[in-house]
Design a binder for this molecule. Structure first.
Ligand SMILES: [Zn+2]
Length: 116
């Protein structure tokens, strides 16, 4: 039988050290972990566009409609990456944030604010 050590609630994997004897133990390993979990909860609360499934008939639609659809999908991917930037492990997080911000910025600079 293996002893399950309590782990930090932020998902960093740190083992929690219990300092007092009374009450529930700590939920987070550090103040940074608490902050990270808080940011993640806030990001989850934001309503984000869901990825639209591709339709087989898409290539049969007018090209303008296809462009509009592609822009919506690019926007959804950009926001999804930005959200993942606050959830993924550190090695992936900054890349997700950077790519997400770049996609949203590129949409704004090429098609204007009305696409965002
Ligand atoms: Zn942690």
């Amino acid at each position: 039988m293996t002893l399950e050590l309590p782990r930090c609630a932020c998902g960093c994997g740190a083992v929690l050290v219990r300092t007092g004897k009374r009450g529930p133990g700590p939920a987070y390993a550090s103040a940074a972990c608490r902050k990270r979990a808080e940011r993640r909860r806030r990001a989850d609360a934001v309503e984000l566009p869901t990825l639209v499934p591709a339709e087989p008939s898409m290539s049969a639609r007018p090209v303008d409609a296809q462009v509009e659809r592609a822009l919506l999908e690019a926007r959804a991917v950009g926001f999804a990456l930005m959200r993942l930037g606050s959830q993924a492990r550190p090695e992936l997080a900054w890349r997700c944030t950077k790519l997400g911000e770049a996609i949203i910025a590129a949409l704004g600079s090429t098609f204007g604010k009305e696409t965002l």
